[in-house]
Write a protein that binds this ligand. Structure first.
Ligand SMILES: C[S@@+](CC[C@H](N)C(=O)[O-])C[C@H]1O[C@@H](n2cnc3c(N)ncnc32)[C@H](O)[C@@H]1O
Length: 188
């Protein structure tokens, strides 16, 4: 188990938009400390949250946070790699503050290392996310200029709206709203 991600600027950036936008059913991908899951579950207009993390220690920390906030009844916790284990579930919103920094080899932790280029986890996420959204659903995603994400490529599959941009010392952070260009149709 790695270190549970302590909420930072990127978490707070996403949090503002989770608080402002989500409703219905919410998938909190990479829940970490559970900050987004608990904020979503605290909204009366959110009926249910599924909180997923690849790190069992993070899921335990998120479970604790939810208990302390009195919202455990609305959140289901799962340990897994991205969408594995979610079967055919669909959500109104998916929120993800992913690990987005390039790998540093042995020192890597799931909380920040997004693969060799920093984009691998995000790209795997984006290649599957649309099929887990209900029609009309949206994704709130955070990324950094250090990620080197090719927005042009993302735009081939999603309408992209930049909701907020935040300059930090060595990078700029973005929170974007993504909506699939085509709803994912289940095979009959
Ligand atoms: C930057 S932290 C964000 C934590 C929290 N959501 C927040 O906003 O503070 C990224 C989280 O994604 C998790 N994660 C990394 N790779 C993952 C994967 N393949 N599947 C699910 N979770 C993953 C990490 O364990 C970590 O908790």
């Amino acid at each position: 188990m790695g270190r549970v991600y302590e909420p930072a600027e990127d978490s707070l950036l996403l949090l503002r938009h989770v608080e402002a936008r989500v409703h219905g059913s919410v998938l909190d991908m990479g829940t970490g400390s559970g900050i987004q899951a608990v904020a979503a579950a605290s909204k009366p207009e959110v009926s249910r949250v599924v909180a997923v993390d690849i790190d069992a220690g993070a899921v335990e920390a998120a479970r604790r946070r939810a208990r302390e906030a009195g919202v455990s009844g609305k959140i289901e916790f799962r340990v897994g790699d991205l969408f594995e284990g979610l079967g055919g579930e669909r959500f109104d919103w998916i929120v993800f503050n992913p690990p987005y920094l390039p790998s540093e080899g042995d020192a890597d932790e799931a909380s920040w290392a997004g693969g060799q280029t920093g984009r691998e986890v995000i790209e795997r996420f984006l290649s599957r996310a649309a099929r887990f959204l209900k029609p009309g659903g949206g994704i709130l995603l955070v990324y950094s200029t250090l990620t080197g994400l090719d927005l042009g490529r993302v735009e081939a599959s999603y309408h992209v709206e930049v909701l907020e941009e935040r300059p930090l010392f060595f990078e700029r952070l973005f929170c974007v709203l993504l909506r699939p260009r085509q709803p994912f149709l289940r095979p009959r």
